[in-house]
Write a protein that binds this ligand. Sequence first.
Ligand SMILES: Cc1ncc(C[n+]2csc(CCOP(=O)(O)OP(=O)(O)O)c2C)c(N)n1
Ligand code: SF4
Length: 250
Amino acid sequence: MDNKVLATSPKLFFGPPLHYCPGCSHGIVHRLLAEIVEELEIREKIVGVSSVGCSARLHMYLDFDFVKSSHGRAPAVATGVRRELPKHNIFTYQGDGDLLSIGLSEAMSVAIRGENILIIFINNAIFGMTGGQMAPTTLVGQKSTTTQNGRNPDTTGYPLRFPELIAPLPGVKYLTRCAVDSPKNVRKTKKSLTFALNLQHTNPGLSLVEILSICPTNLHLSPVKSLDWLHDDLVSYYPLGDIKVPEEEK
Ligand SMILES: Cc1ncc(C[n+]2csc(CCOP(=O)(O)OP(=O)(O)O)c2C)c(N)n1
Ligand code: SF4
């Protein structure tokens, strides 16, 4: 193992190695979480809710408390944790298939109730773990195992921009879209996640940080070409930047 990598790993991060495919974005976000919890000194005051999909083992890589939830149910589980621990930081970590397919009802419900939790939403535009089926975020024309000629909106609808959908709800406080495709954007993602966690103490309500990501395995592209696809195709449909920020925090 490379000692240089180990020497610079955050203390709360049990990795590398990770179980992900080469080029997968999940590991970058895991590492950011370890860095943030360490820097904010909240190891004893944060609970994550891990879910299903390729990131189902998230809790095994991070040295702080987690509750494991079933498919799509992380926001409901996080609500229960919030009721018991009103002063903690609480977050869910969910893929697009998990959050917006089976979990759409739970996701909408926490937005309507304005639950004081953070949803970390990994949008790689596909169901990763189960072999590349269409997700609600799959782009028009994008090939998947269930849209072999490319997604056709006439039969499957249009890709869902979830933050834009829930933005008008008063209990929804902070919505932003980031990407982990360049050092600059990784730093911006870290800033947004930190901002969302701090907001739980100053301006309670639902926060959602969408992180545009890549799944090279199911895109059938190299990691480098997958990043080109992210810049050229994904960002064109899912624009980066803040969607909603509380007036008093601007
Ligand atoms: C109720 C239920 N339905 C379906 C599944 C199968 N399943 C497990 S992970 C997954 C897809 C996860 O995709 P996504 O949330 O996009 O995460 P990724 O693997 O891309 O990170 C599915 C359909 C399941 N575990 N439970
Ligand atoms: S299948 Fe996709 S999302 Fe899953 S680990 Fe591999 S690259 Fe990552």
